[in-house]
Design a protein around this ligand. Sequence first.
Ligand code: SF4
Length: 462
Amino acid sequence: MNSTIHDHAALAGKFNENEPRVNWHDETLWWVRKKRDRMAWSVSGWEQLREAASQIKRHVLGNLHDYLTQFEQQAIQNGATVHWAADAAEHNKIVLDILQRHNVKRMVKSKSMLTEECHLNPHLEAHGIEVIDTDLGERIVQLAKEPPSHIVLPCIHKKKEEIGELFHEHLGTPAGNADPQFLTAAARQHLRKEFLEADAAITGVNFAVAATGEMVVCTNEGNADMGAHLAKVHIACMGIEKIIPQRAHLGVFLRLLARSATGQPITTYSSHFRQPRAGQELHIVLVDNGRSRQLGREDFRNSLKCIRCGACMNTCPVYRRSGGHSYHTAVAGPIGSILAPNLDMKDYADLPFASTLCGSCSNVCPVKIDIHQQLYKWRQVIVKEGYATTGKKMGMQMMTTVLSSPKTFKTAGKMGRWVLRAFPGMVNNRMNPWYKQRNMPEAPKVSFAEWYAKNNNNEQQG
Ligand code: SF4
């Protein structure tokens, strides 16, 4: 377990040091959110689609065991080998064993947030296996030795000039060239070689169809296909919540996913993997890693409906201005703040508080997850379980005392106004996080209750 105490506000403070970058990050993600809106409005019956997706997922979560068993049987019949992993460590061990059995030294991986969640790359690298991330954004952050900061746009925090520098250093492109078209062509040449030489390919899974035992992987670059079609071994890693009952249900999810994620009508490649080609091995690793526990938490069960579109991040005013790394978890933003405390309540106790609870995330979620309500519920659980910071606990205790007695409230208000006037330095100092970004207001001469009593009486008399 990670013993570092994380503080979202402090980590966001680091990102906030560069104000122009924060503004640009904020505006770029808002632009994606607006694209999503235009796409959603252009589909008649968008709300019915959301409702259908939510109902299908609810049904699956209520019958998860049956659908997983059905999927396993079908996948085995198709010629795949199915593995079950209770947690991240078991997932990593299964993948490593397969790779070692085939003497794999170098492999390609398409974007998979599950392998990020399980910290697969460092595990394999520690055992002498080089992992090449092939999604362009993922490759960029991999070269920068950083984790992704967004589940759909992994390097959204990086500017093109920085990417030009990284490519110059690692891929030998000319210094100072930050032309996106040129850099993309350079990445394509570099990755082509990796695809051709890789001994194994790992892909994520967007949807797994129980009735047919097939998996659907959505990418815009075709990198999952390139990896899986060329390598001798294909390992597909999926969370157990990725199941849908029938192929027909893809019509609902594929229409929602791309529109919610990037405002595209459909992802460029929605590839179906059903059986290994002749001479190839196909392994499917079904991973729990806390999902059963979340399924058992009635208030948070809905979070397992997530199809990882990233729309809640693009719309979140806190995420947009604090950057994905401030969430210190593989899945950042509003949905990550619900999923992470389930994995480790103490380590992620700060995250449910990193929200304004404005509800924008719930409004855009294509599977209708009640995200902001779950964040609010996590706050209550975290405080009850004793994982809130001492400062927060003391503050809440103080507020409870003040707000539960009108007399104390009145006295505290009077004292507060007096302190602000007589000793402003006691409030306007660096210890007060509010003061870092704002000036404290000028203290009014009277309280609102006093003002109202006086003016209301005057009105009545008039
Ligand atoms: S919670 Fe909803 S909006 Fe957020 S990533 Fe998941 S599906 Fe998308």
